[in-house]
Design a protein around this ligand. Structure first.
Ligand SMILES: CC(C)(COP(=O)(O)OP(=O)(O)OC[C@H]1O[C@@H](n2cnc3c(N)ncnc32)[C@H](O)[C@@H]1OP(=O)(O)O)[C@@H](O)C(=O)NCCC(=O)NCCS
Length: 161
């Protein structure tokens, strides 16, 4: 699958909602139970909800396939927080999230952000570790009645100038 990385536009909203839902329900189940995945993504978000999130001041980059449909996405909040990194099942395991990460780190550096941080799933932890993040803490919380864990991680971006 050939993808190109570009900025989110409003017509991506429905695709992003679909990517998020299928990513949690079908990809994350390698490391989480079906009950945990169902608590994490109880239903598909509406395109409006997705667009509202993507328009709240964060930057969102998508990986678009040959039909210009978003198959994965990442975001970056102004304070360096990476909130979302999700990949559709058919696009997973091909280095696409890695490409998205490299693009968002470049954007963060351009914006003068000095530290990136995230709460990574078990799957995303492996990727973020490869990118130089360190685990600060393993966190466990109860989400819709189901216990689920993730990792608080961070990476300093030293000023190269
Ligand atoms: C985390 C996530 C976004 C990573 O997406 P991805 O595009 O599959 O990531 P990559 O392809 O860059 O790396 C995934 C794996 O494929 C392997 N891989 C990377 N490039 C590859 C390539 N060209 N060929 C074959 N395998 C490759 C990597 O080694 C990696 O292995 P790992 O399981 O040990 O980490 C994806 O697993 C996902 O959507 N997970 C479910 C939702 C989730 O957990 N999101 C994070 C919330 S914090």
């Amino acid at each position: 699958m050939q993808v190109s990385i570009r900025s989110y536009v409003q017509r991506d909203a429905a695709d992003l909602a679909d990517v998020f839902f299928r990513s949690v329900r079908q990809v994350a189940v390698s490391d989480y139970t079906a009950a945990q995945a169902a608590a994490w993504a109880p239903q598909r978000a509406t395109p409006d909800t997705m667009h509202e999130t993507a328009s709240d001041g964060r930057a969102t980059l998508v990986a678009a396939d040959e039909h210009d449909r978003a198959v994965a996405y990442i975001d970056l909040e102004p304070d360096g927080h990476i909130d979302h990194l999700f990949c559709a099942p058919e696009a997973a395991g091909r280095g696409i999230a890695s490409q998205l990460y490299e693009a968002i780190e470049a954007l963060a550096r351009k914006q003068g952000i000095s530290r990136l941080y995230t709460e990574a799933s078990e799957l995303a932890r492996r990727l973020f570790e490869r990118k130089g993040f360190v685990v600060l803490e393993r966190q466990s919380k109860v989400l819709r009645g189901v216990r689920i864990h993730n990792y608080r991680m961070a990476k300093d971006l030293p000023d190269l100038h």
